[in-house]
Design a protein around this ligand. Structure first.
Ligand SMILES: Nc1ncnc2c1ncn2[C@@H]1O[C@H](COP(=O)(O)OP(=O)(O)OP(=O)(O)O)[C@@H](O)[C@H]1O
Ligand SMILES: [Mg+2]
Length: 272
């Protein structure tokens, strides 16, 4: 079995105009019995402050790509090519199906990343309480995750991802378990955070409508092996609202056009 490739995920020495760059990235999983070519020759660049979404069928390598962008590598995963990001860049990553620690209160969960970084207790508490109030969760600081609704838990996870002010936020299907109304409210929250912070967002979603509501660009990935099939530009204003944009004729035209393209691409993918 090949050894884990280390050092391919580089922090660039020379200044780069991009927040993230993938250059000819291929990823293979190895086990005793099986070799899975998860991603093949993926190249793209993300500008600072951009909102990018990745969509594609289950198993096409979306989570694998986010892990690679985050620099997460381990035994049994072989990465060819290069991921480049600026030196000292801070990354926030909300994993697929990530959950809160059930034995910790909301506040303790939220400030865990600050604890790991050695931020003093009083400072952590103050920052946590400030964010709880900002995100409409005041009064729940001493609650346990099981006492919160699904939407509230996702909000706490999101705050935990943002608490150390990342430059780049990676979100892997953060809203997929929520009901339609809560999703729209949190989508609006994402847009507000994106505008307020100027962070670069990379979102994985199964939902084309969600990708259009939130993004400036949408990448479609194909399966076996996962590769970039199409790129769609979303020329909607950055001050859009997730609550109202869906009724805008521009949104509806875009959705119709992309759906037709997407459908053709998917037919092509499955015909192979
Ligand atoms: N730890 C692993 N070991 C072996 N193969 C893996 C591992 N993780 C993922 N794979 C394989 O890599 C491919 C891509 O998986 P990945 O989880 O990245 O897909 P995905 O697009 O995120 O899917 P989903 O939409 O279902 O979350 C799949 O074929 C999967 O079986
Ligand atoms: Mg996934």
């Amino acid at each position: 079995m090949p050894q884990l490739e280390i050092g391919l995920n580089r922090e660039s020495n020379s200044p780069s105009p991009y927040a993230l760059e993938a250059q000819h990235v291929s990823i293979t999983y190895w086990s005793k019995h099986k070799r899975v070519e998860a991603l093949k020759d993926i190249s793209f660049a993300v500008k600072p402050g951009e909102f990018l979404s990745l969509i594609g069928p289950s198993g096409c390598g979306k989570s694998t790509l986010l892990n690679a962008l985050a620099g997460i590598s381990r035994a049994g995963v072989e990465l060819d090519g290069e991921i480049r990001r600026p030196r000292h860049q801070v990354l926030g990553y909300l994993f697929q199906k990530q959950t809160l620690l059930p034995w910790r209160t909301v506040l303790e969960n939220m400030v865990a990343p600050l604890e790991i970084r050695g931020v003093p207790k009083i400072e952590r508490r103050n920052k946590g309480l400030e964010l709880l109030a900002k995100y409409g969760l005041q009064g729940f600081e001493h609650s346990y995750p099981s006492e919160l609704s699904g939407g509230m838990q996702q909000r706490v996870l999101l705050i935990r991802t943002l608490i150390y002010q990342p430059d780049v936020v990676l979100l892997d299907e953060p809203l997929s378990s929520l009901d339609a109304q809560t999703r729209v409210l949190l989508q609006d929250e994402f847009l507000r955070i994106w505008r307020d912070t100027g962070c670069t967002f990379i979102l994985v979603t199964h939902d084309l409508e969600e990708a259009i509501v939130l993004s400036q660009r949408v990448f479609l990935l194909g399966v076996r092996p996962g590769r970039l099939v199409r790129e769609f530009s979303i020329p909607l204003p950055s001050d859009r609202s997730a609550l109202t944009i869906r009724t805008d004729p521009k949104f509806q035209n875009l959705q119709r056009e992309i759906w037709q393209d997407l459908f053709q691409s998917l037919v092509g993918i499955y015909a192979q």
